[in-house]
Write a protein that binds this ligand. Structure first.
Ligand SMILES: Cc1ncc(COP(=O)(O)O)c(C=O)c1O
Length: 370
């Protein structure tokens, strides 16, 4: 298998732990173990008793039960827990696809969704989200991208990096298309439950039938990336069993302390999501004001969900801008080139508490360098 470097991860490896302000993170504000344990009266005491032996490879029954509550029609046996969403992507692509398969992938997007499929020998076609359509996907295009050897469609909504939330009509049309053409639908839902208006939340893909797989994680909406707990949810036994079988060659089972903490988190997931949505919504007002003050410099399609947006720099080159900003002001923005975008976009993270201070620093920099 020949995997090229994961551009975004290499970029973060360079800056994440030595830059004062991360203004492009995709995850929400994290918390300490101590704070998480205060969510339940007996959790701290129970955590001390967690047994550090191997755990059940599909995930602890108690954790799978909590995760299954995210879905309408699934049971714990439909949940396969992984080490982050990243492991689940890797395993799904490597078990379900083989050389010669054609895969349609929502683009721009999280690199591993396309890259791992490509490394597994697939022919990958991007299904392009366009800014002029408010980052929506064009359903007519889907018909044209489809080939006789198409095996699956991969979508990500709410979307990294644009914050686009698919309309219910489009979502239903994608599902109908996948069913009619007998395709798998891999639905990356790691930002689900972070819709700014909960009435716009889409039903989980896995609830729609055996052709669909939902991907989830504790990292994003719930702000607990350090747990490294992700999962797939599907009623498709073949997918489940194939993935469980390959997982024996990657991590075998998950970290016992993380599983316990993730169980507490998922039982309290609404509190965690509300906490993070409050941060995001406050940050959005700060960004709205910033973009109003600098309408000549930035434009964007305001996100509808999640902890990111994908604004455009209207003057100068975005790579140079991000590079100078981090070097001179200690504020990290992520240039769109990490997503193979060539239209001067950058990724803006909305989920961190110190965004107002980061924006202040950005404006100081602009006042001196604009
Ligand atoms: C769309 C999407 N899917 C999957 C992942 C992987 O999540 P994790 O790093 O928690 O495994 C990410 C992380 O940024 C993501 O944005």
């Amino acid at each position: 298998m020949n995997l090229p470097p994961f551009k975004l991860e290499r970029f973060f490896a360079k800056y994440e732990f030595n830059t004062e302000f991360l203004l492009c993170s995709s995850d929400c504000e994290a918390m300490s173990i101590a704070d998480l344990l205060t969510l339940e009266a007996d959790a701290a005491q129970k955590f001390q008793q967690v047994w550090l032996g191997y755990t059940e490879s599909q995930g602890s029954p108690a954790l799978r039960k909590e995760i299954s509550k995210l879905y309408e029609t699934l049971d714990p046996e439909h949940i396969l827990v992984h080490t982050g969403a990243e492991e689940a992507i890797f395993i799904f692509m490597n078990t379900m696809f083989q050389s010669g398969d054609h895969i349609i992938i929502h683009s721009p997007g999280y690199q591993s969704l396309a890259e791992v499929a490509r490394a597994a020998g697939c022919d990958v076609s991007p299904w392009l989200a366009r800014e002029e359509n408010n980052w929506a996907l064009d359903l007519d295009e889907l018909q044209h991208i489809m080939q006789s050897n198409t095996k699956a469609i991969v979508i990500n909504t709410p979307h990294n990096p644009t914050g686009y939330l698919m309309s219910r009509a489009d979502y239903e049309a994608v599902h109908k298309f996948a069913q009619e053409k007998d395709l798998l639908l891999f639905s990356d839902e790691v930002y689900r439950e972070s819709e700014y208006d909960s009435a716009e939340r889409l039903p989980a893909a896995c609830d729609q039938g055996e052709y669909a797989v939902s991907l989830g994680v504790t990292s994003k909406t719930y702000g607990l990336a350090g747990l490294r707990i992700g999962w797939i949810a599907t009623k498709n036994k073949k997918i489940y069993e194939n993935m469980a079988s390959l997982k024996d060659y990657t991590t075998i089972c998950n970290s016992a302390p993380s599983e316990f903490l993730a169980e507490v988190a998922m039982r309290n997931r609404q509190k965690l999501a509300y906490r993070n949505l409050d941060i995001i919504k406050h940050n959005l007002t700060v960004i709205d004001d910033l973009f109003d003050r600098h309408a000549d410099l930035f434009s964007w399609v305001r996100p509808k969900a999640g902890s990111m947006g994908f604004p455009r720099l209207l003057k100068g080159d975005v790579e140079d801008f991000c590079d100078e900003l981090v070097k001179k002001a200690g504020v990290l923005l992520l240039p769109g080139s990490m997503y193979d975008d060539s239209s001067n976009h950058f990724r803006l993270g909305l989920g961190r508490k110190n965004l107002p201070q980061a924006v202040e620093r950005l404006e100081e920099y602009l006042s001196k360098n604009k």
